[in-house]
Write a protein that binds this ligand. Structure first.
Ligand SMILES: Cc1ncc(COP(=O)(O)O)c(C=O)c1O
Length: 371
């Protein structure tokens, strides 16, 4: 059997044509026209006024935190079940990460735990939509409003998803996206900040470009970064964005198909197909091994690897990260749901290039390794 990679993107639209345009015209840096086009089109798609393209989704979070002037003495609430980029952005800015556990069905942050974590030092909440379903935004927005907190919406995994009909990527002061090849649309590496606030848009734009000043370019009032996206990456992004609806539709079909194929296998908790406010877009197809299964995710992944089936473990909780514990964060914190799914969860091949036949092979092998 040929190996089945955990992810393979689909690049058979206008990607080559637009990349050739970059080469033919010599526009390969961030000054090229595709960058502005990608920013404008993506912002429009997500219902935002401004898009600021950056080099990946992790640095988008760094810029968002600093743009909102979050720093020393501030606390930021985030889900423990997320990627390190979220906590790293908070910690690098000098602020303190405060975590909430996740929901056992959707794997998204448990919104009902947020209020008890709010203190006079709390400045913001980083909302992260996990694996295909959005966070329940309504109570969260009300809470943020009540306590005057900023929301940074990490929508890295959520292109094309909506919450009660409103696009993910349109919530809060700033939203961030990633275009890594496992995302619904990819630029190889890449990210975007989205906002409706002109001042924040200017700050994000300045922070991504070393805080060069318009009047005196090489005189700096603030320290920024070079987080710029190249015209080559943006050319890919424009081509990919043309197919976003088609890609989301395909991912939904893939998710439904996997569920049909896997629902008869005992011991597997599968993704929730829909909630009251959204239908799953299955960014990845996650599986959690139920308690009765006598082995953990590591062993399941090892068995699948034996049959050349690519997998990835679930995120490892922030409060269990050695580096963050060494820095003195999360003393005595426990989040039992995230701790369990981190050990018992993994995802199977979910990329857009995956064929129906490959999905059937994955399901067949999964059935064998669970027997
Ligand atoms: C929720 C979330 N945020 C941020 C990122 C980081 O994005 P990037 O890999 O582009 O740095 C990822 C990457 O997968 C992610 O899943």
């Amino acid at each position: 059997m040929n190996p089945i990679p955990v992810n393979e993107p689909l690049l058979n639209g206008n990607e080559k044509k637009y990349l050739n345009e970059c080469i033919d015209t010599g526009w390969i840096s961030s000054e090229g026209p595709f960058v502005k086009q990608f920013e404008a089109q993506l912002a429009a798609q997500m219902g935002r006024k401004y898009g600021i393209a950056v080099s990946n989704g992790s640095v988008a979070l760094d810029a968002a935190v600093v743009a909102l002037k979050i720093g020393q003495g501030d606390e930021v609430i985030l889900p423990t079940f997320t990627i390190i980029s979220c906590a790293a952005a908070i910690v690098r800015a000098g602020a303190v990460p405060v975590v909430v556990d996740c929901d056992q069905d959707t794997w998204n942050m448990n919104v009902s735990q947020i209020e008890s974590k709010i203190t006079p030092r709390t400045k913001a909440i980083i909302v992260v939509h996990i694996y295909g379903l959005p966070v329940h935004m309504e109570p969260l927005l009300t809470l943020a409003d009540k306590h005057g907190l900023h929301i940074i919406e990490d929508s890295a995994e959520m292109h094309g998803q909506t919450y009660n009909g409103r696009p993910c990527g349109s919530f809060g002061a700033i939203s961030t996206l990633s275009f890594y090849p496992n995302k619904h649309i990819t630029t190889g590496e890449g990210g975007m900040l989205l906002t409706d606030n002109e001042h924040l848009a200017q700050r994000c734009s300045s922070l991504r470009n070393l805080c060069f000043q318009p009047q005196q370019r090489f005189v700096h009032e603030e320290l920024g970064w070079n987080f710029r996206m190249t015209n080559l990456q943006a050319a890919m992004g424009v081509a990919q964005l043309e197919r976003l609806d088609e890609f989301v539709e395909r991912k939904r079909c893939m998710g439904q198909r996997y569920t049909e194929l896997l629902s008869e296998i005992p011991g597997l908790q599968l993704p929730v197909p829909k909630t009251d406010y959204a239908t799953n877009i299955y960014w990845v197809y996650g599986i959690v091994l139920k308690e009765e299964v006598p082995f953990d995710a590591k062993e399941a992944m090892r068995r699948l690897a034996h049959f050349k089936i690519g997998t990835r473990p679930f995120f490892w909780p922030m409060h269990e990260q050695p580096i963050l514990q060494k820095m003195g964060f999360f003393d005595g914190v426990s989040c039992p749901v995230a701790e369990r799914i981190a050990r018992r969860g993994f995802y199977i091949p979910s990329g857009l290039a995956l064929t129906n036949e490959q999905m059937e092979q994955v399901a067949h092998i999964l059935r064998e390794i669970m027997a």
